[in-house]
Design a binder for this molecule. Structure first.
Ligand code: F6R
Length: 233
């Protein structure tokens, strides 16, 4: 893993943007994207850039089960407002949280990933070491699946909802196996509350207890962290 230390999330967003920019110059056409607060500075750089993404495809990691694109808390809505409304892509994929048959939606999503191999996968990390919504215990080689969110994830994400009861308890998430198919991984983490997860991901054993530790098995991983997130390395 290549570790890049940055002063703050603003500088981290610029670094991640540079990686995407040079990836595109070298032929990348498919971006794997994440939601949450971590990639917001990257999306700002992308919005403000003069890059034309209209020939590109994006594939998002996850979506809350039960939320549709018109729900303000859905990840589809987040992506539209953070990026796609300003910078249109040729095609943007986010799992359909309102799918009548969620299992079929998962299978369909893995077909999408296989049809559009991801060149650069953007990742954040949960305080419990999750990537996507692959919580501790998730198989390290799994495909897209309906997953239960842990208490700690629901706690962390309640900031986007009026009350904790409104936070969905399930999601559709790319599996760790689906994620690792991407050619290049770029994981960003900022703040002290990510320090334990970053230390376990980089220096710990590869274990289902720390889903992000599976990245040790990938040959091209860039980790962008501030000093607080890297304080336990
Ligand atoms: C989001 C995702 C999650 C987040 C993680 C960190 O699509 O897949 O793994 O990256 O929960 O969230 P933030 O960035 O809000 O700390």
């Amino acid at each position: 893993m290549e570790i890049i230390r940055v002063k703050n999330a603003e500088e981290g967003g610029k670094k991640a943007f540079e990686i995407i920019q040079s990836g595109i110059e070298n032929g990348a056409t498919v971006l794997g994207l994440a939601t949450g607060s971590t990639p917001e500075t990257l999306y700002k750089e992308m919005r403000e850039s003069d890059i034309d993404f209209s020939g590109m495809v994006s594939i998002n990691l996850d979506e809350y089960l039960g939320l549709g694109g018109n729900d303000a808390q859905s990840y589809r809505h987040f992506m539209n407002t953070q990026l796609f409304d300003t910078k249109p892509f040729k095609e943007t994929f986010v799992p359909n949280g309102k799918a009548e048959n969620p299992e079929a939606e998962c299978k369909h999503y893995d077909e999408i990933i296989d049809a559009h191999p991801i060149d650069i996968q953007i990742l954040g990390i949960g305080t419990n070491g999750h990537i996507g919504f692959n919580e501790p215990g998730a198989p390290l080689d799994g495909g897209t699946a309906v997953v239960d969110l842990t208490e700690s994830t629901i706690e962390s994400n309640k900031r986007y909802f009026d009350k904790v009861e409104d936070v969905p308890t399930k999601a559709i998430s790319m599996g760790i196996g689906s994620i690792l198919k991407g050619k290049k991984m770029v994981l960003m983490a900022y703040g002290e509350n990510k320090a334990d997860a970053i230390q376990a991901m980089i220096n710990g054993a590869v274990t289902t207890h720390v889903p992000a530790s599976a990245l040790q098995n990938h040959s091209d991983v860039v980790v962008i962290i501030d000093d607080a997130a890297g304080s336990k390395l």
